[in-house]
Design a protein around this ligand. Structure first.
Ligand SMILES: Cc1ncc(COP(=O)(O)O)c(C=O)c1O
Length: 382
């Protein structure tokens, strides 16, 4: 038996339509988008541009050309942070951030370029808005917040943070790696200036593709220079979007897979996916709450949360548990710190971390029941 409950690391399985779109590109028209101009390249370019449109409409990003493709959310966040911040800027991050943000801003701080403060979050991972406001200084240029926590499943009220940013004229960068495709996001309504997403989690695309959506007026410096297939006679890198930020051959097969993944989410309906996964999550939490040895982290089962559950089991290390589940029961989950030491400090599970079960749109009730039974047997036998 093989049961994959590690969808927050990367979703699996992928929809059949994703695999078929990618294989059709590779088999039938594998040209390089934006290069050459022949029929294969043109068809690939057309797919890429339709994907940009689809992403812009998914997140209400005002202009499709301001959707930049990147390898993943980490690369997108690096562009948004290193490509926007200047010497002397102050920024604020939350105490739930992933290392994709925390290490990037720590690097800039260590280089003497920026300073940053960390806004408190409560034990369930919710941001303390009053503390956030108290940290704002004259030179605060950006607030960065994770939308959905990969550790506690907490969903932040990005609309409230966005309003504060708009009022104070501070840039708002949202890390939507875990939430994109699961929680509706509206860049205009939520006052988001920069939105980083990854393609391989709740958008059900392949690994190696993600991106950054940029509000019209925000200039982002490129971190990579090179060929764009445009203005090739000039030594200077083009300043227009998206070429400004996309040097080198695009990951066409990844983009085409991402397009099919987003279409899959839209066909099923974000709200429909969320409702059914939330029911499974609630069921799993309620059952775990009946077991004395299990402690669950994050918001209660009644609150809106991501379909992931971090837990600890009395007297058992998360890594040992994960290994037993994998080897003896065929259940694949993720133990440890999940690249997010700050979040574990916040919820009280640092440094040992937690054992995380995470569900995707193909997870079934039977799989969840089997996981619960397996946990009960492990606890009973310890
Ligand atoms: C909240 C959060 N941000 C950023 C990332 C980085 O995403 P990627 O590995 O696709 O760059 C992850 C990955 O797990 C994440 O959970």
């Amino acid at each position: 038996m093989k049961i994959y409950l590690d969808n927050s690391a990367t979703s699996w399985p992928k929809p059949a339509s994703v695999i078929s779109a990618m294989s059709s590109y590779l088999n039938e028209y594998g040209g390089s988008p934006g290069r050459s101009g022949h029929q294969f390249a043109s068809k690939a370019a057309c797919e890429v541009s339709e994907t940009r449109e689809l992403i812009a409409s998914l997140f209400n990003c005002p202009a499709a050309e301001r959707v930049m493709f990147a390898a993943n959310a980490t690369h997108a966040l690096n562009f948004a942070i290193k490509g926007v911040l200047n010497q002397g800027d102050h920024i604020i991050i939350s105490h739930m951030e992933h290392n994709a943000v925390y290490r990037t801003v720590s690097y800039l701080k260590d280089e003497g370029i920026i300073s940053f403060d960390i806004a408190n979050c409560n034990e369930h991972g919710f941001l303390d808005i009053e503390h956030l406001k108290s940290l704002i200084r004259k030179n605060t240029r950006m607030i960065i917040c994770i939308h959905g926590s990969n550790v506690a499943g907490t969903i932040q009220n990005i609309s409230e943070i966005g309003s504060i940013c708009a009022e104070k004229q501070i840039l708002f960068l949202v890390d939507a790696a875990q939430s994109a495709g699961f929680v509706p996001i509206d860049m205009v309504e939520d006052n988001i200036d920069l939105l980083a997403f990854t393609g391989h989690k709740k958008l059900y695309g392949p690994t190696g593709i993600g991106g950054l959506c940029i509000k019209d007026e925000i200039p982002v410096r490129t971190l990579i220079h090179g060929g764009t297939g445009s203005k090739s006679d000039l030594a200077g890198h083009p300043m227009f979007y998206p070429d400004r930020l996309e040097a080198g051959t695009l990951n066409a097969v990844g983009i085409i897979g991402l397009k099919a993944g987003i279409e899959h989410v839209l066909d099923k309906g974000i709200n429909h996916i969320r409702t059914s996964l939330s029911e499974l999550t609630r069921y799993f939490i309620d059952e775990c709450n009946q077991i004395d040895e299990i402690s669950i982290y994050g918001p209660s089962a009644k609150q809106e949360r991501l379909p992931l559950i971090s837990m600890n089991i009395r007297n058992m290390a998360p890594a040992d548990l994960a290994s037993t589940l994998d080897k003896e029961y065929g259940i694949m989950v993720r133990p440890g710190l999940h690249c997010s030491p700050l979040a574990h400090q916040t919820i009280g599970s640092f440094p040992q971390g937690t054992l995380r079960f995470s569900f995707g749109c193909f997870t079934t009730e039977e799989e969840i029941k089997y996981a619960l039974d397996s946990l009960k047997t492990i606890i009973h036998n310890q």
